[in-house]
Design a protein around this ligand. Structure first.
Ligand SMILES: *[C@@H]1O[C@H](CO)[C@@H](O)[C@H](O)[C@H]1NC(C)=O
Ligand SMILES: *[C@@H]1O[C@H](CO)[C@@H](O)[C@H](O)[C@H]1NC(C)=O
Ligand SMILES: *[C@@H]1O[C@H](CO)[C@@H](O)[C@H](O)[C@H]1NC(C)=O
Ligand SMILES: *[C@@H]1O[C@H](CO)[C@@H](O)[C@H](O)[C@H]1NC(C)=O
Ligand SMILES: *[C@@H]1O[C@H](CO)[C@@H](O)[C@H](O)[C@H]1NC(C)=O
Length: 434
């Protein structure tokens, strides 16, 4: 009996996953092996979903040699290939459609991970059933069959990659859980080894009032929703964001609290971005002085983390591309890297971090910049620690996940917060075994 208990405890410890996404847009400044210690899975992002729909498949070239990727982590860390990402759904829709397309898709995924030497696969379909970036062009009503075909595609991929692990990234907002019904979740759960909960971006540009994007309460609501739909807690890993989000609030309003302050229009009627919201990472480039060796961009990229400025007439937008649209020139434009018409969110962010408020009811850090009507929402290392105590442990989750590694390069404090939290998890497991 005792040995059975020890065996069970050992399996609990072994099952605890510490997953980080490593994205191609944030590879300029990377952590030491000390900072990455404890990570069990690194997920490189992204391979395009459309590569796997053809026979033969398209050729995926990872943004970094996998030998180099492995060198950033402890020996034995699994390196997974993420497919898809925000805005990339077409290949999944096509791949999931019929038994024939599913088999081809799965065969192609398996061949690609074998060719490149990946240990695991992450399907990042945002989202099966709709509410993706193109929801106004390709309506949800055109995607209802995906509710049925999504678990079938996952099962086919799992069958093809055999003992390699399969994970999925799933929406944090209840309204986006279109394909995650009580009927489908057992099938989804059976097909995958673990589930990356995107418990961030819980406020997005489709909202018209402020709230936290990754608060303790918001994350807990997502977890409870999936549990109520039948997702096993032990398969879910809790997502953390290594970035803040900002939203413009309506003129004339003073935002006294984090929740419920009206915003300006954040998304246009055709589903496009109005340029009135965005994200700000904790990467070193966002806090550094302007590089002294700026040169004109050879490829349209610019801004924090690069030494590239735009052509004189162009603006450098928050996402690091030159252009002349409101998204490049308006709020969030990167002054010094190009022309700028809007407020500098970098300056506002520094103010927010220095004067942060804490909403103890929801469990979230926030700030409202009255000079520019900008609302900020983010996670501090202390709030991250609380999420272990208030969510990961009591709900019996299977671990934690972060988006994304290179976004924390200022001081790696969020990464270290996860490392400490994971270490405590293991510590308390072995304590109870003694
Ligand atoms: C890394 O960790 C080792 C062992 O804990 C320690 O001796 C060393 O000083 C650390 N290095 C850095 C750069 O923090
Ligand atoms: C990856 O990099 C290593 C070390 O730099 C090199 O030996 C190896 O040939 C590279 N592999 C590929 C597939 O490029
Ligand atoms: C509806 O979905 C099909 C299959 O994915 C696609 O080919 C078609 O373009 C979609 N319709 C619209 C209006 O986008
Ligand atoms: C804001 O969104 C809510 C929920 O989507 C909606 O009911 C409400 O009418 C909207 N308010 C405004 C002012 O657009
Ligand atoms: C600019 O300077 C930085 C810091 O000295 C250096 O890392 C980078 O490679 C330089 N970039 C170019 C394009 O010269």
């Amino acid at each position: 009996m005792r040995s059975l208990i020890f065996a069970l405890l050992a399996s609990v410890v072994a099952a605890s996953r510490y997953v980080v996404y490593f994205d191609q847009w944030h590879a300029a400044s990377l952590p030491t092996r000390n900072a990455t210690a404890g990570i069990t899975h690194v997920v490189t992002a992204f391979a395009s979903s459309t590569l796997f729909t053809t026979d033969p498949p398209g050729v995926y070239r990872p943004f970094m040699n996998l030998t180099q990727v492995r060198g950033l982590f402890a020996p034995g860390t699994k390196v997974c290939m993420a497919i898809g990402g925000w805005g990339d759904t077409a290949g999944f829709s096509a791949g999931a459609a019929t038994e024939e397309t599913r088999k081809l898709y799965a065969k192609n995924v398996a061949a690609t991970v074998k060719r490149l030497g990946y240990d695991c696969v992450d399907v990042d379909w945002e989202y099966p059933g709709g509410n993706g970036e193109d929801y106004k062009q390709n309506p949800n009503s055109n995607k209802t069959s995906e509710i049925e075909t999504y678990p079938l595609l996952l099962a086919e991929i799992k069958k093809a990659i055999k003992c390699k692990e399969l994970s999925i990234a799933v929406p944090g907002r209840e309204g986006d859980m279109i394909a995650f019904t009580a009927e489908q979740i057992p099938k989804i759960s059976d097909a995958v080894d673990f589930v990356n909960l995107m418990t961030y971006d819980l406020m997005n540009r489709r909202d018209n009032a402020t709230t936290h994007h990754t608060s303790i309460q918001g994350s807990l609501d997502t977890v409870n929703k999936y549990i109520s739909l039948g997702m096993p807690a032990s398969k879910m890993v809790l997502g953390f964001a290594f970035y803040a989000k900002w939203f413009m609030t309506a003129p004339g309003y003073i935002c006294y609290a984090a929740v419920g302050c009206p915003t300006v229009l954040l998304e246009a009627a055709d589903g496009t971005d109005t340029g009135n919201s965005g994200a700000m990472t904790f990467e070193t480039g966002n806090f550094a002085p302007l590089p002294s060796n700026l040169t004109e961009t050879p490829d349209g990229t610019c801004g924090a983390g690069t030494a590239f400025k735009c052509k004189s007439a162009d603006c450098c937008g928050q996402w690091g591309f030159c252009g002349t649209e409101v998204g490049h020139c308006g709020t969030g434009c990167q002054a010094g890297f190009g022309r700028c018409e809007g407020a500098s969110t970098k300056e506002s962010f520094k103010k927010a971090l220095a004067s942060a408020k804490y909403d103890s009811l929801a469990g979230g850090a926030w700030y409202w910049d009255s000079a520019f009507n900008i609302f900020w929402t983010w996670d501090t290392p202390a709030i991250m620690a609380s999420k272990f105590d208030q969510i990961v442990v009591p709900k019996g989750l299977g671990g934690v996940m972060a988006w994304s590694l290179g976004e924390d390069s200022l001081d790696w404090s969020h990464l270290y917060a996860l490392q400490a939290g994971v270490k405590n998890l293991k510590g308390s497991d072995s304590d109870s075994g003694n």
